[in-house]
Design a protein. Structure first.
Length: 370
């Protein structure tokens, strides 16, 4: 039997840059999904503490898989892919239990997939190694579930480190842990889960990705990562499509903001993150156009309550906002957001503070972690 936990994540800055081979700066949450893998007598049986009923399927590959509920595809995806890779996967039971809020842009799906992949690797002795676990987790989401995501969430869940953000180069998938301790500067990351219903999130995400790839093709570069801030004006002048121009401007300036944020943190100037977070939000709102009224209201209310900076985090079209808030203003900021939501007629948000926690680790008896 193997049991692993893998966390959700908050992205401090660097949105929609991962599938453009760019830079991201996420950290692991202290909420996660626990996956327990054990031998069984027949078939592959999966269950979730958050869903009713077992799902039992016969072993197969992706092409001839049985229809299952969405959550179960995230669990069975690794088994289907391993089968296709020629691994003789035996009869298994997999149980999952997560406390990562779903639909909030906090990567509950990456927590689910990564916990299952790690527990499977451990239980079956596959010896995937860190890169193999990352690759399989990404394939589950992209190939088995069919979500065209960019890999940041799995990387943060697998490699996150307590007290640090993870500076990732999504071209070569290298990462460096950078200390991030806002409390030492009297600050906190306040998370506002707007609970806004995701509106067309899947289709809009795919459209943004396709638009970025089309812009890179027209500009003759492998990915938008290859357009620097110094090249930006020239690149914009080359494009005759306003939508693509806005996408390019967002991605190029967002990559630059991630690099600036890393510099700010390395120099111990946490409070200087504020303007970078806020500029990132404006870019997502006005250029990339992935925010919704609830999200923009939360960001404005945080600013009005004394936050040093605030932005939406995650894929967009709903989900969470983060604010960098002086600790003594946390209550004021929370009240300000709740009041703004009530005045706008929105449902009440959920608020909590977050700090970087550990990435995926073993909970099996007798182990000391990954
Ligand atoms: C979602 C995706 F899963 C990530 O890969 C990333 O693109 C993010 O949206 C936006 O930065 O979380």
């Amino acid at each position: 039997m193997s049991r692993w936990i893998a966390p959700g994540r908050i992205n401090l800055i660097g949105e929609h840059t991962d599938y453009n081979d760019g830079f991201v700066l996420p950290f692991a949450l202290d909420a996660g999904c626990t996956a327990t893998v054990a031998d069984a007598s027949d078939g592959w049986a999966v269950s979730s503490a958050q869903a009713s009923g077992d799902v039992v399927v016969r072993p197969s590959g992706l092409a001839d898989r049985e229809a299952v509920p969405d959550w179960a595809a995230y669990v069975l995806g690794a088994l289907w892919l391993l089968h296709d890779d020629g691994v003789d996967v035996p009869a298994l039971r997999i149980e999952v239990d997560s406390d990562v809020p779903t639909g909030a842009g906090l990567s509950s799906s990456a927590a689910l997939v990564c916990s299952v992949v790690c527990a499977l690797d451990d239980h079956l002795g596959l010896d995937l190694g860190p890169d193999g676990r990352l690759a399989l987790s990404r394939r589950v989401e992209n190939d088995a579930v069919g979500a065209p995501t960019g890999g940041m969430d799995q990387l943060a869940s697998l490699r996150g480190e307590a007290g640090h953000v993870l500076f990732c180069d999504m071209r070569d998938l290298t990462s460096q842990s950078v200390p991030f301790d806002p409390a030492s500067s009297g600050l906190a990351v306040l998370v506002v889960d707007t609970r806004a219903p995701h509106r067309h999130a899947d289709g809009e995400y795919a459209a943004r990705r396709a638009g970025c790839e089309e812009a890179a093709r027209r500009l003759g570069v492998p990915a938008l990562r290859d357009v620097t801030e110094a090249d930006l004006d020239g690149a914009l002048a080359e494009l005759n499509d306003d939508e693509l121009r806005r996408y390019v401007r967002h991605v190029v300036t967002e990559d630059a903001r991630v690099l600036a944020a890393v510099e700010v943190l390395r120099e111990g100037r946490v409070e200087d993150l504020g303007p970078l977070l806020s500029a990132s939000h404006v870019s997502m709102r006005d250029d990339f156009r992935i925010t919704v009224p609830e999200v923009d209201t939360a960001v404005d209310a945080l600013h009005e309550s004394g936050a040093l900076g605030a932005r939406m985090t995650g894929g967009g079209f709903g989900g969470c906002v983060i604010g960098l808030v002086p600790e003594e203003l946390l209550d004021v900021a929370g009240d300000g957001v709740r009041r703004a939501f009530a005045e706008a007629g929105f449902g009440q948000p959920s608020l909590f503070t977050a700090a970087p926690a550990a990435g995926a680790r073993s909970l099996s008896p007798g182990t000391r972690g990954s």
